[in-house]
Design a protein around this ligand. Structure first.
Ligand code: C5P
Length: 201
């Protein structure tokens, strides 16, 4: 039997952490759909045409080691405005969502476009400053040299591009549970997410 959980929200709101914890709690598979756009962005940085990159994406591309850099994140949000690029990635995401045993997908348009009939939907947010602080610490831990101000500017630029595009803009689905993690610990945010999903089971 399939059970689909859609978790959307802006960059560094805690979606990834929450999605992994939720997937492990329920024994569901997890797909970080941002990685698909990052993998396309990375190929474009290396010179490939965006649509060709999206159409020829393989699971192996999702394991490239430069996918977590700010440059790749920015390019990911640039290729993500192209309708044909998004279209080329739909079938893979939908078949992942429909797999037996349950699936958690996190991204920007899962509850609105990819899985509008998802069994549970969450929209995870936090203030831009909180998110930039979290991303800054993550990048620092990985030895990347971005300053806090750069990270904040990047987060805001990506938010504006993701929310402002015409094709599948980042927006909470009407039936999503909103979770603002600005003042929450990771454990509290995960517990709130699990509770919201339990109540739709
Ligand atoms: O989630 P993450 O920050 O890794 O996503 C990178 C970029 O990919 C986002 O800024 C967004 O532009 C794009 N994206 C998207 N739709 C998704 C997931 C990610 O447009 N479902």
């Amino acid at each position: 039997m399939s059970f689909t959980v859609a978790i959307d929200g802006p960059a560094a709101a805690g979606k990834g952490t929450i999605s992994k914890a939720v997937a492990s709690h329920f024994g569901f598979a997890h797909l970080d759909t941002g990685l698909l756009y990052r993998a396309v962005g990375a190929k474009v940085i290396h010179g490939m045409d965006p649509l060709q990159a999206a159409r020829t994406l393989t699971p192996r591309d999702l394991e490239a080691d430069d996918l977590r850099t700010s440059a790749v994140a920015q390019m990911a949000s640039k290729v993500a405005v192209i309708g044909e690029v998004r279209g080329a990635l739909v079938a893979f995401q939908r078949s992942f969502a429909a797999r037996d045993g349950g699936a958690v997908l996190d991204g920007r348009d899962i509850g609105t476009v990819i899985c509008p009939d998802a069994d549970a939907k969450l929209f995870v947010t936090a203030s831009a400053e909180t998110r930039a602080e979290r991303r800054f610490k993550e990048l620092q831990a990985r030895g990347q040299a971005d300053t806090f101000d750069q990270v904040l500017a990047d987060v805001k630029a990506r938010d504006a591009r993701d929310a402002g595009r015409t094709e599948a803009p980042m927006v909470a689905a009407g039936d999503a549970v909103l979770l603002d993690t600005s003042e929450m610990s990771i454990d509290d945010a995960v517990a709130a997410a699990i509770k919201a999903i339990e109540s739709s089971r």
